[in-house]
Unconditional design. Sequence first.
Length: 292
Amino acid sequence: MQGTVDGFSYGAVTPLVAYLMACLGGALGLRCTTRSLLVTHSWRPAWLALGSAAIGSGIWTMHFVAMMGFTIADTPIHYDKPITYASLGLAIVMVGVGVFIVGYRGATGIPLFTGGTITGLGVASMHYLGMAGVRFHGRFTYNTLTVAVSVVIAVVAATAALWAAGQVRGFLWSVGASLVMGLAVSGMHYTGMAALGVHLDGAAHGGGSGPEASVLAPMLIGPLAFLLLAGVLVIFDPFVIMGRPQRTPVEHKPGVPAAAVAAHTDRRPTLHEGRQPARRPEDHRSRTPQNR
């Protein structure tokens, strides 16, 4: 028996909130990736790990916010918790692999292609593993071509977002990258849902409904709390917001303006210490008494 699916039972509310959650996770994760490119190697793994967890939590939260508007007529929906949480772990691990590649090898060429591909596949894998955890009186089928399109969308958009994050061009550039990342996750999700077919087992099993709030609330609270914590770390790190490397501390010397010293810290001094500069001819003439 063919089931009737409604992916927008709350109208535009769930798609909009889901997109904003994907953008939030993408913004925090990509800014952490940008920060990792500006610090020493000892701090880089920590920032990349934080960025990976933020992106993974963001796309996972986006998925289940969007699923709140998903209903199947004539049957209730439940979730298999182990599979559902496994999809979160898979998202963080696969996104982490892609982000670490870009963080250590650079956001150009083969590293960018490899990292973007793995990150995009992580987004797609999270989605389809999460859908495998949906329980109802029936089964899902998928259109293979539409599934392939959804994966391509995720890979292309994730690659573009990682490239933008690697440019380190400031806050506005990072916002644009996060919007692209949110588009990757949302576009992949709803394209994947368009590939979905539902077959019910036998007669109707009661009124259709979305996932129970008692199931979704505990699942969403943890990732949302983590995103809040990551947001606090980003807000209180000015270099993450501005996207600029740390400046060399200004060296104060007697009689020398600090601005002049800071502006030439990367140049070698032209005069040796203790040696006076040669006088110019006009200086010599100006100090010689005039003959009357």
